[in-house]
Design a binder for this molecule. Structure first.
Ligand SMILES: Nc1nc2c(c(=O)[nH]1)N[C@H]1C(S)=C(S)[C@@H](COP(=O)(O)O)O[C@H]1N2
Ligand SMILES: [Mo]
Length: 249
């Protein structure tokens, strides 16, 4: 009586192993690569499993006003001191970001640069969400901004486009795939808790990527580039520094 059970279990384990194999074997040139230690292969498995199991447009939980908490400002809290872009940021800040422009370029049919007012004139979205930092804390805030989807659509997304890269005034560079870029809760936020986005939280504009850990929500946006291929941003990017490029939650 024990025998069939054991065989079933073995078949199940074999099935698991081969489906994991299929997932890994399915990785092509177009998947985000992993580098270094063999354990980092798990990053690709996590990415593929998320994309397989979660409906692409599943919404992150949204909260009530009463749930809003204080949010620590983490990482760069003012890029003024940055060696490459600090002086520019300082000048833009002095003019209250009236001269700030966000170029949206790369794999788009109508590359253009947006002023803050132009972004604010596009339909906005407000959401109260939980920010989860890889350091182990989380906090809830209300974010107001323009869906990244609207911005990309106004620049005309080419059919070959697959990733969106964010460049910041503190030298931070990162990217997300098109599924997260077009996600309804992925916004470029200029407001926080009903006020203008504070400098320490990424003024004048930051990304909110609610489907991933906090470090994917780039602050102090300087430039957006749509790409057909994965870009690891070399030594300045996350992957070669040992972070996971995909940090889905
Ligand atoms: N440009 C830029 N974006 C960034 C960071 C940063 O240092 N620079 N830190 C990241 C990390 S690790 C976190 S947890 C959040 C912190 O956002 P907050 O300061 O609004 O809490 O921003 C993310 N985006
Ligand atoms: Mo973080």
């Amino acid at each position: 009586m024990k025998q069939p059970n054991r065989m079933l279990r073995r078949a199940f384990i074999k099935g698991m192993a081969s489906s994991a194999g299929v997932m890994l074997a399915g990785c092509s040139q177009t998947d985000p690569p992993t580098y270094g230690h063999v354990l980092r292969m798990g990053d690709l498995l996590t990415y593929k499993a998320h994309r397989l199991l979660l409906p692409a447009q599943a919404l992150a939980r949204e909260y009530d006003y009463a749930d809003i908490s204080s949010v620590p400002a983490i990482g760069t809290t003012n890029p003024s001191g940055h060696k490459e872009h600090g002086a520019t940021y300082e000048r833009l800040l002095a003019n209250r970001f009236t001269d700030w422009r966000l170029p949206v370029e790369g794999s788009v049919t109508r590359p253009r640069a947006f002023s803050l007012d132009e972004l604010k004139r596009l339909p906005s979205r407000t959401q109260i969400t939980r920010h989860t930092c890889e350091e182990g804390w989380s906090a809830i805030a209300q974010w107001t901004g323009v869906p990244l989807r609207s911005v990309l659509e106004s620049a005309g997304i080419r059919s070959t486009a697959r990733f969106v890269q964010f460049y910041a005034y503190d030298g931070w560079v990162d990217g997300i795939d098109m599924l997260d870029a077009l996600h309804p809760q992925t916004i470029l936020a200029y407001g926080m808790n009903g006020r203008e986005l504070p400098i320490s939280h990424g003024a004048p504009l930051r990304a909110r990527v609610e489907t991933q850990l906090g470090y994917k929500s780039t602050k102090f946006l300087r430039r957006i580039v749509v790409t057909d291929n994965f870009d690891d941003h070399g030594a300045r990017g996350f992957i070669q520094n040992g972070w996971s490029w995909y940090a889905g939650i």
